[in-house]
Design a protein around this ligand. Structure first.
Ligand code: 6PG
Length: 479
């Protein structure tokens, strides 16, 4: 046994993670892949990593020092289960199996329970940062047992990104907590991306600026409170010119967005938990809408507004869009953290939202200057009921709300879809409302289904006898 850590699955993410591990002091990395050629290629391409190449699960297990620790980097779903089954056969109690893929957290809960019965530890770890992050330093969100964290913690700290002097990894919580938090990370990623895309679309159609010119707007925004990886790469994408046609690349890319499922999981889970993640939901639906060309063709002749959309003062409009983007982004993160709070309560995890915000400051796709403010907010008030209500964010929303409304009005009048901007604003107005028409919904429910209601002026549960004399009676609470 010579290696202290192993990696199974050597596609790009796996091989980059293996190289990252090998480059850190004190690590010796065993590698294994289903097909032999990938292992041979990696050994040949990176002799400096001094990998221990292995070609069977037995050889892999024999090469690892105890407690054996292996990170699986294969496709989520069936392939992950297949590798776990093989590892369980050759590992022993106390060893640690880590799934570093984008697993759906209920699968992680199920796998953890099954593997634990063999005495082996199973850790579902979310890893964010794409191919580059895997190689140079990702943000890592491990779940699993406290016991496995003792061995795994130092290894993961050695390869994680560093932000403000701290490694971007923390023991998020037990069993599926790590993959749950990674799922919400991706949901926020969807919202962030959609909001940026809406901002681009509005500026382009309102001011007539070219993609290259709008790239400069984003580069400028990246110097302020919106500073983030996604804003930075947006400027890069908008600057790119297609070699074949000489057009901006963004104009030749088919406008149908793909999705591998993590955004949908975030929304499905939020629906079950009763958490309104409307920004994330609209971002996910916007991708779905884009990907139905036949429906879009069928609707293409629907009329839009009569007037051309032009803004009188381009700079003022761009500043409004910037503020609308920042305000909507606050809502998206606030909703995401709300889902983590609700998930922790439902699944009995102790998740420190402050720690989550700190490990998202570096390495991951949603890394942003603004996560420092989130970390400050949770440091100030760990049990914050609503992130958006922390003073810094409440102030930013108050400052930005007028511009936000102007942008949503302009988009609506111009017939430019802005589902993420407008749903975030609707959430803002909903959450701050003194009274909501939910009272009427309760009345309707009571009318057709005797679902009862509560009153603002006295304790108890009530029902109006709608089909009788319409007097009110006290009733059993049926929700
Ligand atoms: C990350 C990314 C990563 C991946 C997503 C993209 O955190 O590094 O989120 O996990 O790029 O799977 O998701 P879609 O393909 O659904 O956009």
């Amino acid at each position: 046994a010579v290696a202290n850590i192993g990696v199974v699955g050597l596609a790009v993410m796996g091989s980059n993670l293996a190289r990252n591990l090998a480059s850190r002091e004190g690590n010796k990395v065993a590698i294994l892949n289903r097909s032999r050629s990938k292992t041979d290629e990696l050994l040949a391409a990176h002799p400096e990593a001094e990998f221990v190449g292995t070609f069977s699960y037995e050889e892999f297990a024999a090469s690892l020092a105890k407690p054996r620790t292996a990170i699986i980097m294969v496709k989520a779903g069936g392939p992950t289960d297949a590798v776990i089954d093989e590892l369980v056969k050759v590992f022993e109690p106390g060893d640690i199996i880590v799934d570093g893929g984008n697993a759906y957290f209920p699968d992680t809960i199920r796998r953890e329970k099954a593997v634990r019965e063999t005495g082996i530890n199973f850790v579902g770890a979310g890893i964010s940062g794409g191919e580059e992050g895997a190689l140079t330093g990702p943000s890592i969100m491990p779940g699993g047992s406290d016991e496995s964290w003792i061995t795994l913690g130092p290894i993961l700290k050695s390869i994680a990104a560093v932000a403000e002097g701290e490694p971007c990894v923390t023991h998020v919580g037990h069993d599926g907590a790590g993959h749950f938090v990674k799922m919400v990370h991706n949901g926020i990623e969807y919202a962030d991306m959609q909001l940026i895309a809406e901002a681009y679309d509005l500026i382009r159609r309102g001011t007539g600026k070219t993609p290259a010119e709008i790239a400069e707007v984003f580069a400028e925004w990246n110097k302020g409170e919106l500073e983030s990886y996604l804003i930075e790469i947006t400027a890069e994408v908008l600057r790119q010119v297609d070699a074949e046609t000489g057009k901006p690349l963004v104009d030749v890319i088919l406008d149908q967005a793909g999705a591998k499922g993590t955004g949908a999981w975030t929304v499905q889970t939020a629906l079950s938990l009763g958490v309104p993640v409307s920004g994330i939901a609209e971002a996910t639906f916007a991708r779905s809408l884009s990907s139905h060309p036949e429906q879009r063709a069928a609707a293409r002749s629907f009329p839009g507004p009569d007037e051309e959309f032009t803004v009188a003062d381009a700079d003022a409009f761009i500043e409004d869009v910037r503020q609308a983007l920042f305000a909507s982004k606050i809502i998206a993160y606030s909703q995401g953290f709300d889902e983590i709070r609700a998930g922790a309560a439902e699944y009995n995890w102790t998740i420190d939202n402050g720690a989550v915000s700190r490990i998202w400051r570096g390495g991951c796709i949603i890394r942003a200057q603004f996560l420092n403010r989130i970390a400050d907010a949770y440091a100030e008030q760990p049990e914050l009921p609503l992130l958006a209500s922390a003073p810094y964010f409440a102030d930013a929303l108050a400052r930005g709300q007028a511009a936000w409304r102007r942008v949503v009005i302009a988009a609506t009048q111009a017939g430019i879809p802005s589902p993420a901007f407008s749903s975030s604003l609707a959430y803002y107005d909903g959450i701050r409302a003194e009274r909501l028409p939910a009272a009427l919904v309760q009345g309707q429910r009571d009318f057709f289904g005797a679902h009862t209601y509560k009153r603002i002026d006295k304790e108890g549960t009530f029902h109006t006898q709608w089909s009788g004399d319409r007097t009110e009676i006290e009733a059993e609470d049926t929700h």
